[in-house]
Design a protein around this ligand. Sequence first.
Ligand SMILES: Cc1cc2nc3c(=O)[nH]c(=O)nc-3n(C[C@H](O)[C@H](O)[C@H](O)COP(=O)(O)OP(=O)(O)OC[C@H]3O[C@@H](n4cnc5c(N)ncnc54)[C@H](O)[C@@H]3O)c2cc1C
Length: 377
Amino acid sequence: MIEFEMTQKQVELVESVRSLMREEICPTVLKMDRKNDDTFNWNYIRTLAGHNLIAPLLPKEYGGLGLDYVSTALVIEEIAAACAGLAACMVGTMHGLLPIIIAGSQEQKRRLLPMFAEKKPALASFALTEPKGGSDIERMETTAQFRDGYYYIQGTKDYVVNGAVANFVTVCTNPGKSRGAACQFFVVPREQIDLVKNRKTLGIRYANTAQLHFQNARVSGDDIVGDADSAYLLLNHTLDLGRSLIGAIEVGIARAAHELVLAYAQERQQFGRPIFSNQGVSFPLAQMATSIDAARFMVWRACSLIDQEGDYTRASSMAKLFAGQVGQSVTARAIDIMGAFGYTEESLLSLYFRDAKVCSIVGGTDNVQQMIIASLL
Ligand SMILES: Cc1cc2nc3c(=O)[nH]c(=O)nc-3n(C[C@H](O)[C@H](O)[C@H](O)COP(=O)(O)OP(=O)(O)OC[C@H]3O[C@@H](n4cnc5c(N)ncnc54)[C@H](O)[C@@H]3O)c2cc1C
């Protein structure tokens, strides 16, 4: 069955998240972007926590909303349309939780999942990227050495969303060739991370993005997620699922830019009439609306395949790749239509333009997505 309409429940969910964003987030979004110190403002995460929205796909048995992926994408689009940095905090958290949801033990699930549904603010992180290993994860150098009944993690992870503020980080390590596995996941509590350097990013500035140093971070066997033999599959599974959610962030950014500039074009008078009455303005707006719909449907398709346990790898990569391209072109064209004000820091469009760039890097670059898609043609 192919669905292009939301269910009544989804409509109500979207309306409630949209109105929450309109009241609590939209009025402060420029302020959220302009933080100029390293302090993370938990107030907005508290707002999400109050509505159980930090990780909407968290299963009900652990206190979550238990939303399917399509509904989760709908929520992410709404939140990203208000503040992509806030949506990035959610998606970063969900990346950190997915390995546990998919392959964690019952003990880990009971210990680590309910804190994201307790109305108290909590965040998680997913740490894969390293200074020498970005697209090429075989360059990963972070290790976990077993001594005296504990594992000691050494290494550096970089560009980790929520890295400095997460309650725990799901860290991907290299078990070494002798162990015969490509990677192994550990859950590392915040207090075991020795050094943190906050990254100042071009966009999604509300989110904390950090470099993390592990110097003998001590964890136990209970903190290993999944088994080493299937950890590489778990990694790919997590990345594939996460890409569709990153695509939803980009749809939200593009939609917000389009709504803003459409209203402006209908209002702004030049030569005695609204600029929208010129086809040179209305046609790009029509084109933008068309490509946003296409990107949204691609995200829905990927999420729907996930929900139906279909083969979603290619669809997820395509959704992220295309939504990222749409987000970047829509936000750039929106600035053209607004003119000078769109280029200033007081305009939300300049924020959307910076935010939109992230999608072509995070979760694997555009080239990596094309490598995945090409390998599945
Ligand atoms: C804001 C932000 C948030 C992030 N959040 C996280 C996070 O939470 N957790 C995490 O682990 N990582 C995170 N990342 C890191 C992100 O996943 C990596 O930056 C990304 O995978 C690319 O790695 P790299 O930056 O080292 O680029 P590189 O791998 O060095 O690539 C540089 C360029 O070379 C191209 N390239 C490389 N190899 C090939 C090839 N074989 N063929 C064609 N082109 C190639 C790439 O496409 C890219 O254009 C984040 C990044 C950003 C910017």
